[in-house]
Design a protein around this ligand. Structure first.
Ligand code: HEM
Length: 174
């Protein structure tokens, strides 16, 4: 029953790979400018001047915009996770393909847990606008700081491992 689907996708393998790769690019890069040039500077300024109300207002505004801006990344990620296994299935790959297995180890062991946490912090229970709308100022402050710590810890990990995965997928070294 699935054979006609596989045959159809096999005829469109390169188009499928195009979608996979485009989603990968959005996932990897879409928040990078906002993170490096908006979020980091405003959090550094707040660390230097923790009581400055003007900086706190700016920090909160940037953080909420970042929550929203992460939507591109969070739409792209499921597309990567759907098209990747389709390429695997249609392309006749198996567990003996070393670069792919190592890549999947990174995806399952690092990317998925980090992304699940990130969805929660940006859009669900940890979304800052929810605390603001509920008038919960201490909750808001906790949510901002928790998200900041998450970003501080996860960003270097993602930056390094995503580059390794891109290298593995593109050069297919083993
Ligand atoms: C965030 C996670 C992922 C990243 C960063 C990523 C990255 C990439 C890149 C850059 C390519 C293009 C390689 C090329 O054109 O030479 C690719 C292809 C591919 N990916 Fe992914 N991928 C991810 C997730 C997955 C998953 C979950 C699978 C599931 C098995 C998968 C399976 C494949 C396959 C089979 C190819 C095709 C290789 C080819 O035909 O050249 N990917 N991936």
């Amino acid at each position: 029953m699935l054979e006609p689907v596989r045959m159809f996708l096999a005829q469109h393998y390169l188009q499928l790979k195009f979608i996979h790769l485009t989603a990968v690019m959005v996932w990897v890069w879409s928040t990078s400018v906002a993170y490096a040039f908006y979020l980091v500077p405003v959090f550094k300024a707040w660390r230097r001047n923790p009581e400055d109300q003007e900086i706190i207002r700016l920090r909160n505004w940037v953080m909420e915009r970042f929550d929203q801006g992460a939507s591109y990344e969070h739409i792209a990620f499921p597309i990567v996770l759907i098209t990747g296994p389709l390429l695997f299935w249609v392309g006749g790959y198996n567990a003996s393909v070393g670069w792919l297995m190592l890549k999947l180890l990174f995806v399952v062991g690092i990317f998925i847990p980090i992304e699940v946490t990130d969805y929660y912090l940006a859009h669900f229970g940890g979304a800052k606008h929810r605390y603001r709308e509920a008038g919960d100022a201490p909750g808001y402050e906790r949510a901002v700081q928790r998200h900041w710590w998450f970003l501080l810890l996860s960003s270097p990990v993602i930056m390094i491992t995503a580059m390794i995965v891109l290298f593995l997928a593109i050069t297919k070294p083993f």
